[in-house]
Design a protein around this ligand. Structure first.
Ligand code: 13P
Length: 252
């Protein structure tokens, strides 16, 4: 059985002391058990300290993006080598906000996925359709292309370890959640796309998260679906209590 993975994406929020307090508190209170992973995706300046604070707890620390090169003349960027070197375990790749505001494309997402594995970082690859695409009935086609391009030329073993986050763009930060049945339909499709790229046993191992206005009140229903293995959560991950409730829902 696949484990559940709950990841809090803080985006551009908090200052250092708030980040430290969160990780101290959440790290102590996380539910035990190997069927759940809890991850905090924090801004770059906090990462080294948060990794230290999370040591000896079950909390894992992720970056929200990275460059695909190890080093070079890329002013302002952070490399996979740097992230690995400070003990980060996961990295979010291709978040819709990166695609929308920072020129992230299916091609750079693929390069970053390869770079992540080269440095033993687990990629959390985000895919999802816009409202216009959903209304035009293009959701599955859009997501299918994003998944195929993101995973191109990865080995089956690497694909099995990749986390996919299905985040319909119209549901992010809007309070609108996809119905659990609609979210599951797309997650099932993603698993079928992965099975076609690899094989069914590889596809069965892939963790597929849903993201978009997930909160303690709706997570149980989402996690009860056949192909939703966790959540990538923005707003509701900023407070420790709410984050812990989400993780506890995953640990049930
Ligand atoms: P919200 O949970 O705030 O809708 O954000 C979702 C998201 O973008 C997580 O990456």
């Amino acid at each position: 059985m696949r484990k559940k993975v709950i990841a809090g994406n803080w985006k551009m929020n908090k200052v250092m002391t708030e980040a430290e307090d969160f990780v101290r508190e959440a790290g102590q209170q996380l539910p035990a058990g190997n069927n759940i992973d809890a991850i905090v995706c924090a801004p770059f300046p906090f990462l080294p300290e948060l990794v230290k604070l999370a040591q000896n707890t079950r909390l894992k620390i992720a970056a929200q993006t990275m460059h695909y090169e190890e080093n070079g003349a890329f002013t302002g960027e952070v490399s996979p080598l740097m992230l690995k070197n400070i003990g980060v375990s996961h990295v979010v790749i291709g978040h819709s906000e990166r695609r929308q505001y920072y020129n992230e494309t299916d091609d750079t997402v693929n390069k970053k996925a390869h770079a992540a594995f080269k440095h033993s970082l687990t990629p959390i690859v985000c895919v999802g359709e816009t409202l216009e695409e959903r209304e035009a009935n293009d959701t599955k086609a859009v997501v299918e292309t994003q998944v195929q391009k993101a995973l191109a030329h990865l080995t089956h073993e690497q694909i099995a370890q990749t986390i996919i986050a299905y985040e319909p763009i119209w549901a992010i930060g809007t309070g609108k959640t996809a119905s659990s049945a609609d979210a599951n339909e797309v997650c099932t499709h993603i698993r079928q796309v992965i099975a076609a790229l690899t094989d069914s046993s590889t596809a069965e191992q892939v963790i597929i998260q849903y993201g978009g206005s997930v909160k303690p009140a709706n997570i149980d229903e989402l996690l009860a679906q056949s192909d939703i293995d966790g959540a990538l959560v923005g707003g509701a991950s900023l407070e420790v209590d709410s984050f812990l409730k989400l993780v506890e829902a995953g640990a049930k």
